[in-house]
Design a protein around this ligand. Sequence first.
Ligand code: SAH
Length: 353
Amino acid sequence: MASKTDIRALKLEELTEKLVALGEKSFRAKQVYEWLWNKGARTFADMTNLSLELRTRLEEHFAINHIHVDEEQRSEDGTIKNAVKLFDGRVVESVLIPTETRITACISSQVGCSLDCTFCATARLKRMRNLNPDEIYDQVVAIRQQAELYYGRPLTNIVLMGMGEPLLNYNNVIAAIDKITSPEGLGMSPRRITLSTVGVTKMIRKMADDGVKFKLAVSLHSAIDEKRSKLMPINETNKLSDLVSALQYWYQKTGSRVTFEYVVWRGINDGDEDIRALVKLCKKLPCKVNLIEYNPIDAGPYQQADADRVAAYQNALEAVGIVAKVRRSRGKDIDAACGQLANKNLAVVPVEG
Ligand code: SAH
């Protein structure tokens, strides 16, 4: 049986083209689109203002895929980790992070990840596939419902800091964000969305050219090329000098300050020369730094640096006027913290072929 097209992965224009090719009037596409996105239809039979004939034809050609939250794990600090089952049985994770003033959704952009950051649990999974725009969007919808249900508060922020590298699934991520921010979708402000990347320089320039309005975070972890390449192999082809110039370009185009995410590991990047290199890099562009706590993923070589070394980083940055915050992790007890998303408790469907 030929596999059906995931209708929610199509943009309105693409859906219109497909329906016209099937001999339908173009306004039908708009009706179908409204059913899918505004009225939350789960089957074509639900689309009651369409003729039975059209509904049958849609059924023949398209599938309506929805995610399904298979398992919710609650942390003692209130964080909720979701195992999100996709239509093909694969699983990604999403996290709800409550604070006094915010509720943040941390969402995934790929099943697994193709980058081999040596300290990250998701890297062990390898990349299985990109998420479709609707699969990214649906993770937000699910967390929005949990925020209301469990906390009686609205979802306020979104971070693309779950599994995967969002800039290696750029088109789908942008399509999802468009939907999240559009009045017909969730109407959220793009200023409350942060995309986190390892620093794919070509795509940072493209985003700047595309005039996106969300915020950008870059996982830096070292400002010394040699060290960063060992921690994050992407650095071999996206060197720090190129990263800095891409970020300068980003700032010039968007006026938005980048946030660097930085973990300090004992004996790896906690020396004075590491601090000096970071300060030097940060002086080159408007930025701030989040010093994030390491979440152990195995018995490997990485250990959280001593508090005085993290403080030394913070002091050195603040001394030159750069905002640096020390971030404690949330949801550690349920493996929901940064870098821990790896479907530990779930069978991951193997890659075909
Ligand atoms: N691929 C993107 C999106 C993932 S964000 C990116 O790398 O930015 C996940 C964040 O958690 C990144 O900043 C990553 O460097 C960080 N991280 C990964 N493993 C970690 C770990 N074990 N402890 C703490 N942070 C980790």
